[in-house]
Design a protein around this ligand. Structure first.
Ligand SMILES: Cc1cc2nc3c(=O)[nH]c(=O)nc-3n(C[C@H](O)[C@H](O)[C@H](O)COP(=O)(O)OP(=O)(O)OC[C@H]3O[C@@H](n4cnc5c(N)ncnc54)[C@H](O)[C@@H]3O)c2cc1C
Ligand code: FES
Length: 273
């Protein structure tokens, strides 16, 4: 990792309104940022503050990056006010990554919902780059309603690969909205697919309640604790193990995570909060 305090300026050149609350910012850092998919960066707005976000783009692209950000409070509201031409500051990358070398040759299952799809898009795009290295890739993606679905314009491209399945579900379809795909909780999609839990990895990211029940379902279907990868979002400040804001039991989420296997953290307190 480069100097963890160094702020690299980056020029925002496109802002995509993915859903009413979620935007993707595309930017070019003034200096290439090399990261491994699953790691996070600190995104800052000069004079406002900074927060941890995971790049949602492939780790093979180092001079151009996407972050997908949900509006939840003060900082993210300011991020949502940015337009093409704005300058932001990036620190990092920080933390652990998805161990792609362990996924090669396997049937990889990705389960996510809401803004948890951001790190999963990075993982998915990185794997698509070498898709023949994986036996199969199944991506189950959930959203509350059709208008909350993100990355809508990319789905048809993602469905073109022979060994890739991308299946979406929404919790409900309000009157006036159109939807021709599944209507159920995203975890219910697990019952629709021919799962191959034996020795294969599953990667989960989403709202805490989805991660909790998704993890329990995957264990019930036979996935091993050590093959379940969870991206844990804890309150973070420094991003590199100095401030203790992000402690999960004996771990620092910023340094030892954010990617943990379930068997690493299953006995720690309040992991789903
Ligand atoms: C490793 C990591 C990666 C992340 N990646 C993304 C991402 O790709 N896209 C995205 O939209 N968000 C991501 N987050 C969450 C994001 O950092 C917070 O939503 C953001 O910092 C909230 O700032 P705020 O000032 O707008 O909201 P605040 O007013 O600070 O908080 C609003 C709500 O968000 C919760 N919150 C605040 N900070 C965090 C935090 N660090 N983690 C989890 N919840 C938080 C608060 O408890 C509160 O409920 C990530 C968090 C971590 C730790
Ligand atoms: S964010 Fe400071 S120790 Fe983890």
């Amino acid at each position: 990792m480069q100097n963890p305090y160094e702020v690299i300026p980056a020029d925002v050149y496109e802002v995509i309104q993915e859903s009413p609350l979620i935007r993707t910012l595309r930017f070019k850092p003034k200096k290439p940022i090399t990261f491994k998919t699953g790691q996070f960066i600190e995104v800052g707005i000069p004079g406002i503050g900074e927060g941890p976000f995971t790049p949602s783009s492939s780790h093979y692209i180092v001079d151009d990056m996407d972050v997908t950000i949900m509006k939840t409070g003060f900082l993210t509201e300011q991020v949502h006010k940015l337009h093409a031409g704005a300058t932001i500051g990036i620190r990092g990358p920080f933390g652990s990554n998805y161990p792609l070398e362990k996924f090669k040759g396997k049937d990889v299952l990705i389960l996510g919902g809401g803004c948890g799809l951001a790190p999963l898009r990075s993982l998915f795009l990185t794997m698509l780059h070498d898709n023949k290295d994986y036996n199969s890739i199944t991506f189950l993606a959930g959203a509350k309603t059709p208008k909350d679905c993100i990355y809508k314009d990319e789905v048809s491209e993602w469905r073109k690969y022979d060994n890739v399945r991308f299946i979406r579900a929404v919790d409900e379809v309000p009157p006036g909205e159109q939807w021709a795909e599944d209507v159920c909780l995203v975890t219910k999609l697990l019952q629709k697919i021919n799962m191959k839990p034996d020795g294969n990895p599953a990667i989960v990211c989403g709202p805490p309640v989805m991660m909790k029940f998704g993890t329990f379902d995957l264990l019930k279907y036979g996935y091993k604790e050590e093959n379940l990868y969870l991206s844990m979002e804890k309150k973070m400040y420094c991003g590199f193990g100095q401030c203790r804001h992000c402690v999960i039991g004996g771990y620092y989420a910023c340094k030892d995570g954010p990617v943990f296997t379930y068997d690493q953290i299953k006995n720690e307190e309040a992991i789903w909060d």
